[in-house]
Structures are given as C-alpha cells and as structure tokens.
Design a protein around this ligand. Sequence first.
Ligand SMILES: C[S@@+](CC[C@H](N)C(=O)[O-])C[C@H]1O[C@@H](n2cnc3c(N)ncnc32)[C@H](O)[C@@H]1O
Length: 360
Amino acid sequence: MSTITIDPQRVEDFEQQLVETINHGALCLMISIGHRTGLFDTLAETGPVDATALAEHAGLDERYVLEWLGAMTAGRIVEHDPETGAYDLLAEHAQLITRHADQNLAVYAQYIPVFGANEDDILTCFREGGGLGYEHFPRFHEIMEEESAQAVIPALHPRILPLVPGLTDRLERGIRAVDVGCGRGRALNELASWYPNSSFTGYDLSEEAVRYARETAAARGLDNVAFHAVDAARLAEVEEPGAAQLITTFDAVHDQADPDAVTRAIRRTVADDGVYLAQDIDAAGNHGDDIDHPLGPFVFTASCLHCMTVSLAAGGAGYGAMWGRERAQTLFARAGFEDVEVHTFDDDPTAVFYVCRPQR
Ligand SMILES: C[S@@+](CC[C@H](N)C(=O)[O-])C[C@H]1O[C@@H](n2cnc3c(N)ncnc32)[C@H](O)[C@@H]1O
C-alpha cells in the first residue's frame, strides 16, 4: 500500500496562490466596474480626491463608490492617504487603466463578468455537452470593439499590413478587400478611411454588430465600405470566385462552427494573386507547451466560456482559442492555400499572423 507524503510547504504555497487568485478574480469585477462607470477616468482627471468628491464628479452613488475605493485601495490599484482621506490614481497606473491609455487593460477585465454571468448555463453544458450561442453574450461585440480599437488598429500600419510586401501600395491604388467575422467593423472602417480608392466589405453573423458597423461608416461619411449579416460558411453565395485581392480575419477562425467551410470559402473568394491575412491567438495547441503562455489561464477560460462554446452551440468543431499554430496551418493548407507564412512580434506573444497565398 502506497502512502502519500504531504509537503506542508507546498500546501502553504498553494494556499497563498489560491488566496491571491481569489483576490485577483474579485478585482477583475471591480476593474470592469471602474471602467464602465468611468471612475478610473474621473479619478485620473480630478487628481487626489475624497470619496464624496469622486462620487460627485462621476455622478455616482457615494456609498458604492466608497466600497469600490476600498477594493481598489486593498488591491493596490488606487493610493489612499488616511490623513487627508484622499484617493489617487498614480500616473503610472492611469497609463494602463484609463481611456487615455494606449493599452487600457481594464477593457479585458470586462470579459470576466461577461463570461461569469453564464455560469449556470455553462454548468449544464459541462453535464450535457452542447454550447451557448452568441445571444448569451450581450456585451461581447461592444467589448470586442474596444479591444480591436487598441490591439488591432494601432498595429495595422506599422506591423500588420507590412507583413504582405506591396499591400499598402495596392490598397492605395485600389483593390477589393473583405473582412470575415468583422464584428462592429472597427478595423474595416479604419482601412476604408485610409484607402479611399479601395472598396471594403465586412461580413458577420451578428445583425447587431453589422448595424453598428454600418452606422459608424455612415457617421464617418465612408462610401467605400459595406457590411452584411452573412454566415461566412455561405460566402460563396454572396461573393464571386476570386472577387477579393485581400481577405482578413481578426480572431475570427477558431470560434467558427465550420472552420473548413469558412476557410474554403475564403480560398475561393481570394484572387489568385491575392492574399488572406489571418490574425489569431498564438498557442502551441497542447497543454504541456502552453503552460508558460503569458495569458494561458485567461485565454483557456475565455475559450471555454465563449469561443469554444459558441462553436459547439452551432453543432460546430469547437476548436477553442488555444487551438494552436499546427492546427491553424493544417486548416489553411486543407482549404487550398499552398503558401502559409507564420509571423509573430516579440512584444506581443499572444497574437499570431498567418499570411496565406493561393499559390507559392
Ligand atoms: C472574436 S470576434 C472578432 C470580431 C472582429 N474581427 C474584431 O476583431 O473585433 C469573432 C467574430 O466572428 C463572428 N462570427 C463567428 N462565426 C461567424 C460566421 N460563421 N460567419 C460570420 N461571422 C462569424 C462573430 O459574430 C464575431 O463578431
């Protein structure tokens, strides 16, 4: 009979790890609230203030603001001076948690309550299989748009478009570009405004996201971009073969119900001298190698509670966000892309770009 020896130090270390995890999980909820209420922005604008003044400036209930400040202070996000009663958001922190920030990490904290809200229904999926469709995620497109605005848009010119030599020249001269799974159209509207000689079409399953994208395009006076609520697996019904010189997907393949149908349809639509540029989450695709993924716990959670489940809800493949490079490359090759280049950037270890060409 084997006996298990318990290492008390390991127990203590794990207890510490769990306590920190629970604290950080709770803080994510409060960071999301701080973002949505504008409390971080208000605090950055006012400088050191007491709870009463902060609540007044933000137009919020003081009692709730005070309790939120308690969590922010205990979480070392906001500084508190017990002498004066003032709360302060350090400039260094404001750079990462306000709407003025280049990378506002509070945007990502919003996913935690959005995913957590479905816990009861996800429990049913754990027991019975199946999935939860997009209708279970009412704020998803809104958050995704905020993410796209800071993660994709600023990288388009300096990094993403140059992955395809000559692409910006072709866009300047005028080509047809299609974005599949365009969400609220943030990237496509931006591209349309930069390249007036080119024409752009965005497709997404979501009527709500497409309506928003159209309204934004109209408000910006863009007449070279159109958005349609279409299932990308049925792209062949709305696009002629070879009709686009550029097709993009930004984080829109791994959560497909039928990734093969979508990538085959993309291959059919892209011109022989064109290119398909796909951004996805970088991962090895196996738990052993992904243990050191910088956002591993977050992405696996997001995948289980969103990306994988929306695909399974439609009877789909359920690849999940951590599907990995190998499966992605195999998928693109199976769709008929003869040449698939893989690109990453050292300072963004979570994103991978596939440049897929019909011919070598
Ligand atoms: C993770 S979001 C990315 C959205 C957008 N590309 C961005 O970066 O903000 C994936 C998008 O793919 C869309 N989508 C999923 N399956 C689709 C399908 N079969 N046809 C069209 N759009 C689809 C979803 O509605 C969602 O907007």
